[in-house]
Design a protein around this ligand. Structure first.
Ligand code: FRU
Length: 494
């Protein structure tokens, strides 16, 4: 039996229970043998994972859902898949949660959010419905989940399709602010421009449209996906994914960017962000999209990203699965700048530690040999200098190369010689600016994914990588300066 190579629409939309058990077994066996499976990231048991959904804290546990198509590594009939955790690093698999089984979501349960409400968790999501001509309508829907993870969908949509917007109308984020509930929605207007809509409610069921959120004067492309507002350190951060935004408005190389704007406040009276900043990329790497953040009851703003992009094929596809979620990041604003750090709970994964130290020189220093690919590397270089850190290295010319020049304040991530190549149309190098002076890196490596936190979270660069078997050393070379740090092996998720 073979996995499917060319997917038809019929196959993508076949209800899950209609798939033959032999196919499902073969798919799961193939996934389990994949050498790209990670050890401490959330990944789908089979098929495709995309956006994080419903990230929340309810009934004493963290809840995280994701967009799932379990039958293959393609975008098909979507559901929400559910996981819970007590420590943000070990995630218990609860299984499929919201599935496309009602008249308002028959062709897919799309992205959305969650908010504790009385003793339940309120889930807001988009339901897709296709007619016989495959025309789509998008409904914003609600459901209530209880402490046993039992979900009851509301009978009536929260928000109906609107004539002012096309069928690209989705991804509700519900939050509470100043004693009201608000809902942000990604939309495309009839002029095919991307917008964010704001709705208000006092009961989570009846929603009033306030209008288009004012946060920029610029054209944001043809569609905005996954709008997401969080409140931190007396400011607000609006995260979103503007599709088709012009490259003069934002410097980006991925097919679609995941961006943010910082504002002094959210002003519901005139439906705007006060004093919005310039638009910025959330991640400097290759593979982050659809990040979802929420204000947790412990005061933190926590975020998870889809590590993957729309419309791009990855080497794991042929093993029957695609994509993963990022580790959980904590967002703060410090000196008007968005900072993203790994949550402190990530330390729970640390096992053995080794210390590294030395002087940068043209001669290559081997920081580690024959590494198993699940570790954390913390490295500080104490002065302005230039150099290159190579992960998954075979020699100094092959591996994932992180070139830095802290005299000029630039860095690049290059995956050209790091194993299998993919997404070539969008280039193999990402260049970005960093602080001048000393450099601090905290890097999480997990088999086929690398998350790089730069200068204590001022930048993050996330990248998939599909290394060759020989790519397993960590090398460092450079001009001069003292380096020091640690490498911890990390345990698997329990
Ligand atoms: C973003 C997105 C969302 C949509 C979901 C469908 O990646 O396209 O806009 O709700 O994925 O899976």
């Amino acid at each position: 039996m073979n996995l499917i190579d060319q997917w038809t629409t019929e196959q993508r939309y076949l209800p899950y229970h209609k798939w033959e058990s032999d196919y499902v077994k073969h798919l799961l066996d193939t996934v389990n043998q994949s050498k790209w499976r990670t050890t401490f990231h959330i990944q789908p048991p089979s098929g495709l994972l995309n956006d994080p959904n419903g990230f929340s804290f309810y009934d004493g546990k963290w809840h995280l859902f994701y967009q799932a198509y379990p039958m293959g590594p393609v975008h098909g009939l979507k559901s929400w898949y559910h996981l819970t955790s007590t420590n943000l690093v070990d995630w218990k698999d609860i299984g499929l949660a919201l599935i496309p089984d009602s008249k308002f979501d028959s062709h897919g349960v799309y992205s959305g959010s969650a908010l504790p409400y009385n003793d339940k968790l309120f889930l807001a999501y988009t339901g897709n419905v296709r007619d016989a001509n495959w025309n789509r309508q998008s409904f914003q829907l609600g459901a209530l989940m209880d402490q046993n993870n039992q979900i009851e969908k509301l009978d009536q949509p929260l928000i109906l399709p609107s004539n002012d917007y096309t069928e690209h109308f989705r991804d509700p984020q519900v939050f509470s602010y100043n004693n009201h509930y608000f809902l942000l929605l990604g939309a495309q207007d009839q002029q095919l421009k991307g917008k964010i809509l704001t709705y208000q409610s006092d009961d989570l069921h009846n929603w009033n449209l306030l209008g288009e959120l004012k946060f920029t004067k610029e054209d944001m492309g043809f569609m905005i996906e996954c709008p997401n507002l969080v409140f931190t350190n007396n400011q607000v951060v609006l995260l979103f994914c503007p599709q088709g935004i012009s490259h003069d408005k934002l410097d980006y190389q991925n097919i679609y960017p995941n961006t943010y704007v910082i504002g002094d406040n959210f002003n519901p009276t005139n439906n705007s962000l006060t004093n919005p900043s310039q638009l910025k990329n959330l991640d400097e790497g290759f593979d982050v999209y659809a990040t979802q953040a929420f204000n947790a009851p412990d005061g933190r703003v926590l975020a998870s990203s889809w590590i993957g992009l729309p419309e791009i094929s990855y080497p794991s596809d042929k093993d029957g699965w695609a994509h993963l979620l990022s580790t959980v990041k904590e967002l703060t604003i410090e000196q008007n700048q968005l900072i993203q750090r790994p949550v402190v709970e990530m330390k729970e994964l640390r096992e053995t530690k080794r210390t590294i130290e030395g002087t940068l020189s043209a001669q290559v220093a081997t920081l580690a040999k024959n590494m198993e690919h699940h570790y954390e590397l913390k490295l500080t270089i104490d002065k302005a200098t230039t150099g290159c850190l190579t992960l998954f290295a075979t020699d100094k010319n092959s591996g994932l190369m992180l070139h830095f020049d802290t005299q000029n304040g630039t860095m690049s991530v290059n995956r050209k010689n790091a194993g299998l190549s993919f997404a070539e149309d969008y280039g193999y190098q990402r260049d970005f600016t960093i602080d001048k002076g000393s450099l601090n890196l905290q890097i999480f490596v997990d088999v086929s994914v690398v998350e790089i936190f730069i200068n204590d979270g001022k930048q993050v660069a996330t990248t998939r990588v599909f290394p060759n078997e020989t790519n397993s050393d960590i090398l460092l070379t450079g001009q001069d300066g003292h380096f020091s740090g640690n490498i911890w092996t990390l345990r698997s998720m329990k």
